[in-house]
Design a protein around this ligand. Structure first.
Ligand SMILES: Nc1ncnc2c1ncn2[C@@H]1O[C@H](COP(=O)(O)OP(=O)(O)OP(=O)(O)O)[C@@H](O)[C@H]1O
Ligand SMILES: [Mg+2]
Length: 483
């Protein structure tokens, strides 16, 4: 197998952090080489060094003659205002007699989109697509670059199971065409399905290379340096009063007659396929979007619709699905972000108690093991997974009576997931209620007490979590309703 790329002794230091420390890494033609490591281990930094975005402090990267490198970054890089086709051929549109050939651009776009199985009109502005669809556009663009080495930094974090299956198929196809792939993911099952070898990074150092077929336990052990005994440590208890009541909530064309309750001390999961209306219902309940009929009660008090402030005053919190867009101020510090919604509780006689706020922020950063040089570091300098932990931490600190978590563990490493689960346990033990929206079936089943399954904007059924199988949840999730 021909070697396409070799990096030797790569060291990269940022102010306050040694992100990479003497890392060796190589990619062969026709292999999928997985980069595995905890949040902040240095994976994305290594990718940026390979791509020439960062200059390493020491070490070298050599690429074989005539080999192109294409990268799909963890943060999507599409231009929201432009169309799908314009994004696909950004900076290199097909021309005819020196003029951009729009007809050909649209035709070529259709062909590329078909390769990734995305059925959208190439004239659609990218901002109208969902995150998963945008990801597929990025991948289609990389395919067109005819890359010899294709790097994918956590492409599956935002994809559904079906989309992930399709992506892994596409990856296997291009591997068989001789492309060398570098693949980053926190989903160990995906690694088992596709990896030819796995390089494990820990604290910026390469701590080992595992062959294809390595077990999940081997990967975890090498990655976090210890075994994880209990992946879903849910501790249930006797539920108390109803804290959240969603009653016949309807938004025309989006969701219909959705009702469920969450009691003090309970974790209720909401499962369903993407597009089933889960995120839309919780956004409406929180007041971000409006609804047409039905109502929402927190601790017996009816909320006015479409009023986020009122929802927060009543004790409702929401960790949104799109955290970069809605959950964080990237140019502010870790401490400020953690304190964003606690301001009120840290206020005494109208004065913000900054000392107390910092102490709480510090405790939360430690509990979630946020990898940062300190509370004053800007959030945009954190690794993707650590930014995620900050948004969750900020809402856990706010300690709402009812916390809604929409896909809380996306992009979070296996160890940090367990820490988030422990904090969910702590909240419910203190009499709070948690609504857990998740596409990760083992997670909803493992961490909920009851599961509400949605399909086509309706509640398809409810299951006790204990003893329920993924198949039972899926059977409800694919249910059809007669009009
Ligand atoms: N621009 C920057 N300035 C300062 N520190 C940075 C910068 N970029 C990355 N770091 C630090 O380098 C370390 C490695 O970050 P990196 O993004 O490579 O992690 P990662 O392995 O990709 O994690 P994740 O799984 O969360 O995406 C982290 O401690 C991070 O805070
Ligand atoms: Mg990363």
């Amino acid at each position: 197998m021909a070697e396409l790329l070799r990096a030797e002794g790569i060291t990269k230091r940022f102010t306050g952090a040694l992100a990479l420390d003497g890392v060796d890494f190589a990619v062969n033609s026709g292999e999928v080489h997985v980069l595995l490591g905890e949040n902040g281990a240095g994976k994305s930094t290594l990718v940026k060094v390979l791509a020439g975005v960062y200059r390493p402090d020491s070490g070298s990267v050599r690429v074989a003659d005539g080999v192109n490198l294409a990268v799909i970054y963890q943060e999507l890089t599409l231009v929201p205002e432009l169309s799908v086709a314009e994004n696909l051929f950004l900076g290199r549109p097909p021309r005819r007699f020196g003029v951009v050939d729009r007809a050909r651009m649209l035709r070529d776009a259709v062909g590329l989109l078909a390769r990734v199985g995305l059925r959208v009109d190439p004239a659609t502005p990218v901002k109208e697509l969902g995150i998963a669809q945008q990801q597929m556009v990025e991948i289609a663009r990389a395919l067109d670059l005819n890359a010899g080495v294709l790097v994918l930094d956590e492409p599956t974090a935002v994809l559904t199971d079906t989309e992930t299956d399709r992506l892994l198929e596409i990856m296997a196809e291009i591997r068989d065409q001789g492309v060398g792939l570098v693949f980053i993911t926190h989903h160990l099952d995906e690694i088992r399905r596709i990896a030819d070898r796995v390089t494990v990074l820990r604290d910026g150092r390469s701590v080992g290379v595992l062959p294809a077929g390595s077990s999940v336990e081997q990967m975890i052990e090498l990655m976090v340096g210890r075994a994880i005994s209990e992946q879903y440590p849910r501790r249930s208890q006797e539920p108390g009063d109803v804290l959240l009541k969603v009653d016949s909530l309807t938004r025309d064309g989006r969701f219909t007659d959705v009702s469920f309750e969450v009691r003090a001390g309970e974790v209720v999961g909401i499962a369903g396929l993407v597009g089933a209306g889960r995120t839309e219902v919780v956004r409406a309940a929180f007041g971000v979007d409006h609804y047409d009929s039905g109502h929402v009660e927190v601790a017996g008090r009816r909320l006015p619709g479409g009023d986020v402030r009122a929802a927060m005053r009543a004790g409702l919190g929401l960790v949104p699905e799109d955290r970069k867009g809605q959950g964080l101020v990237l140019t502010s510090s870790v401490g400020e972000n953690l304190g964003l919604v606690t301001l009120r509780s840290a206020t005494r006689a109208g004065i913000v108690d900054r000392k107390r706020q910092r102490r709480h922020a510090d405790e939360m950063a430690t509990a979630l093991r946020v990898k940062t040089s300190g509370l004053d570091q800007e959030v945009r300098e954190l690794s993707g997974g650590n930014q995620q932990k900050v948004v969750i931490g900020k809402w856990l600190l706010a300690d709402p009576r009812v916390l809604v978590l929409d896909e809380p563990t996306r992009g979070v490493d296996v160890g940090a997931k367990v820490e988030i689960y422990e904090l969910i346990n702590r909240m419910t033990a203190a009499g709070r209620a948690v609504l857990l929206v998740s596409s990760d079936l083992p997670e909803v089943i493992g961490m909920s007490d009851r599961i509400v399954v949605m399909a086509h904007g309706r509640v398809a059924g409810e299951l006790p979590a204990r003893g329920t199988t993924q198949d039972e949840v899926m059977a409800l999730a694919v249910q059809e309703f007669s009009a």
